[in-house]
Ligand binder design. Structure first.
Ligand code: MTE
Ligand code: LUZ
Ligand code: MOS
Length: 751
């Protein structure tokens, strides 16, 4: 079934933040942001800007009525800089003017004096200085020290991954409008309406019941709006409070790129030990996470790096340590995979390192060590594993040996063009690793004409969650999907929401919707039982708009049933709450059962590298993916294709570049290259895993939002294999992603 939004998207009728009709009297905000990455803010001179045409007000930290603080996990992030600045792009002042253009014009007239302080951009330097945001975190299983002593082969090295710009098509933004009695209504492009509500309340001093946050949909979030939509909503709210007029701010692309955080770059040390049969016996990894200037979600991202440090492998002895390092970059944040991909890249590097030195294929080591049923993850959860099944089914369909042989044969007769192949197994845990976040609510109304309105805490951002939730309601009520309408995500209808993140929105909000619909259906069946003279409600079901008795259609249709129930004063609405059962995690022991389930998959990636020019193309990505029983194959295939391309981009061409002064050089689409239609592989094949397993997801489907991104990691190793085929081991390249064409070329011809 099609995504419900597809028609309005292609007709340009879908409503995003910037499409909301503005109220008369609306002012426009623009931020004046720090030109320096670290320094003492000696003074701000707004006077010329204040006199600029159309300016209503310039707001600095002292003007705030509430607290100057938006840090969620740790209060270390002011809305507006006070005595110091900590990154280039940090908001210092808000200009509020009659139009966007006048606000931006005035912002340019603000001057500041900043006394420079040392700029740190490297997480290892920050760690050496002791500048950690939280104490280091550690996972231990078995005893690595003892195990290494007995290993046949031990390899050590360093691996690092770069940042990634979210590049949601819709930039960040918010619109604050006054409500009666001092309240505010905030329209926000956020994945976390409740996070926005909290931040707005903090900076305005309003209680939460005075602030309504409403989200229609996002033009993409990818994690970038899980926490980082808060600032812009806070800025509009403060400006609206102080000017007593509605205030809107939709960021320009370059403002967004400069001022917001991205995927966390990591640098890591690894040590891997194998026995003579290529079993991984011991693995140590130390991760230095580049968190940026404030905490944001970095500790949670760091934790997921540890959770996924062994990817889809069983390693009996592991020690993984992670440092959350404070640097003078914009605070880095959630990005599809949430630290998981960064952790996986390191063990894949360790495996590639071992394979290259031992003269075997990485896939031999990968396959040998896949996690099996009953194996223990380093965090104590026992695996119900389909890692090996996805590998075997992918191999049966795509024939890894044949693909490898084709590449070898091609390479034997081609001088400069070389093909490389790499396999990439993936195992990704589904649930917020912070157990209390795994809850959701849904509000379902059946109207007297039989139509159904659903509100949940899920935010639609292109991933199709609204379509899936509508399918849930339509399924329970036996109705065509057109009878169900998803409404905006709104904090008055659904309170205390977790952000739409961790790939869990359809699971959590879908389950809550299922529960709400089933409660209403139960009440309706009490009425229907009498009307169709059934002996018990168990004989009844709903399908195609009719009540069925023992599977046979009766003459009682849905509309009549609903109206009869209403006349009998039966409640046709329900507000249901779902909390994932059976999950827990205890950081004092670093053990527990944090995930409702895992998503497994195996991909094989093939590339062709031009070893004269450094250019390359990804020829194919073929995967066997664990959908559970997909609720919507069109949506899920879209998620997989999109995730793969985003992962390829991260591993190959997307290079976030800050110079030593902490200035973002890749600050526009001319200097930051993302995959376009030409860089999408000619072939993306998706094979659904055949399995009868049950899981905790809605209708036994499985979360699909994030895991496919990690198939893209295979591209890095495929390119590496192609380059190795050319250099024949003559150069040893560092494990340093992204593998841009420049790096390929300079790697090959380093001399
Ligand atoms: N797909 C689209 N089109 N746009 C997005 O912003 N975000 C991804 C993924 N797929 C995203 C997307 C991320 S980071 C997550 S966590 C999931 O969608 C969230 O949605 P879900 O929980 O409904 O899968
Ligand atoms: N966000 C979060 C996430 O707050 N916790 C998580 O565990 C998570 N995982 C993936 C993506 N976002
Ligand atoms: Mo996704 S990184 O959980 O928003």
């Amino acid at each position: 079934m099609k995504n419900l939004d597809s028609r309005s998207h292609v007709r340009g009728e879908s409503v995003y933040l910037d499409d909301i009709p503005v109220v008369r009297g609306t002012l426009y905000a623009c931020v004046f942001d720090s030109p320096a990455a670290h320094g003492r803010l000696v003074f701000i001179n707004p006077s010329e800007a204040e006199r600029s045409e159309g300016v209503e007000k310039i707001i600095t930290a002292q003007d705030l009525i509430g607290e100057n603080q938006i840090g969620g996990i740790i209060p270390d992030e002011p809305l507006l800089a006070e005595s110091e600045v900590h990154f280039q792009g940090q908001p210092i002042a808000i200009v509020v003017a009659e139009t966007e253009e006048l606000a931006r014009k005035a912002a340019k007239k603000i001057t500041v004096e900043i006394e420079a302080l040392p700029v740190i951009t490297d997480p290892r330097v920050a760690a050496a200085n002791g500048d950690l945001i939280i104490p280091p975190k550690k996972f231990v299983l078995g005893n690595t020290a003892a195990a290494f002593a007995n290993c046949q082969h031990v390899f050590e090295g360093r691996a690092g991954t770069g940042g990634q710009e979210h590049l949601y098509i819709e930039t960040q933004g918010a619109y604050a409008v006054h409500a009666e009695n001092g309240g505010l209504k905030i329209y926000s492009s956020t994945q976390g309406p409740t996070a926005v509500q909290r931040a707005v309340c903090r900076v305005t001093g309003l209680p939460m019941h005075q602030v309504e946050v409403d989200v229609q949909r996002l033009g993409g979030g990818f994690g970038g709006k899980e926490d980082q939509a808060n600032a812009w909503a806070g800025i509009c709210a403060v400006a609206a409070q102080l000017t007593k007029r509605p205030v809107k701010y939709a960021l320009h692309r370059m403002e967004d790129m400069r001022m917001t955080g991205k995927r966390h770059p990591y640098s890591a040390d690894y040590k891997i030990g194998l026995d003579r049969d290529l079993n991984i016996v011991a693995y140590e990894a130390t991760f230095y996470q580049n968190a940026g200037a404030s905490c944001d979600l970095s500790p949670a991202v760091l934790e997921r790096t540890l959770f996924h440090a062994t990817n889809a492998y069983y390693v009996p002895n592991i020690t993984a340590t992670a440092y959350c390092c404070r640097t003078n970059l914009p605070p880095n944040t959630a990005f599809r995979g949430f630290g998981g991909p960064q952790g996986m890249f390191v063990i894949e590097s360790a495996i590639a390192h071992a394979a290259e030195r031992l003269g075997v294929r990485a896939s031999d080591i990968q396959q040998k060590n896949l996690i099996d049923d009953g194996d223990e993850f380093p965090y104590g959860q026992i695996a119900e594993s389909d890692a090996r099944t996805t590998w075997t089914q992918a191999d049966a369909k795509y024939d890894f040996t044949r693909l490898q042989k084709e590449a070898d044969e091609f390479n034997a007769s081609s001088k400069y063009l070389k093909k490389g192949v790499a396999t990439m197994p993936v195992c990704f845990g589904i649930s917020f690793t912070k157990t209390p976040m795994n809850q959701a609510r849904s509000l379902v109304h059946v109207y007297t004409d039989g139509s159904v309105a659903v509100s949940t805490g899920a935010v639609e951002m292109g991933q199709g969650v609204n379509t899936k939730i509508a399918q849930v309601a339509a399924e329970v009520f036996g109705l065509p999907i057109e009878m169900v309408r998803l409404h905006t995500t709104n904090t008055l209808r659904i309170a205390n929401t977790s952000p739409t993140a961790a790939s869990a929105a359809a699971d959590l909000n879908g389950k809550a919707t299922q529960m709400a619909c089933e409660s209403i259906r139960e009440r309706l069946f009490e009425i229907a039982q009498r009307l169709v003279e059934a002996e018990s409600p168990e004989q009844l079901s709903l399908a195609d708009g009719y009540v069925r008795r023992n599977g046979e259609r009766t003459s009682l249709d849905w509309q009549t049933l609903v109206m009869d129930a209403h006349l009998e004063r039966v409640n046709l609405s329900e507000h249901a709450h779902y909390a994932t059962p059976g999950i827990n995690f205890d950081w004092s022991t670093a053990k527990g059962h944090p995930f409702a389930y895992h998503v497994y998959g195996t991909a094989i990636v093939g590339v062709t590298v031009d070893c004269l020019r450094g250019r390359y193309e990804v020829d194919y990505v073929k995967c066997c993916h664990d959908f559970g029983s997909s609720m919507n194959t069109a949506v899920d295939h879209g998620q997989i294709e999109g995730g793969i391309v985003q992962g390829l981009g991260w591993m190959t061409m997307e290079e976030v570049f800050y110079d030593e002064e902490g200035r973002l050089r890749s600050n526009a689409l001319s200097t930051y290259k993302v995959p376009d239609i030409y860089s999408v592989p000619e072939t993306i094949e998706i094979l659904p895993l055949q399995t009868d397993r049950k899981n905790l997801a809605v209708f036994n489907s499985k979360a699909v939002g994030e895991p496919p991104l990690m198939y893209g990691i295979g591209a890095y190793f495929a390119i590496r294999n192609a380059v190795n085929a050319f250099t024949k081991g003559g150069v040893v390249l560092p494990f340093d992603a992204p593998f841009t064409p420049e790096k390929v070329l300079m790697g090959i011809y380093e001399k």
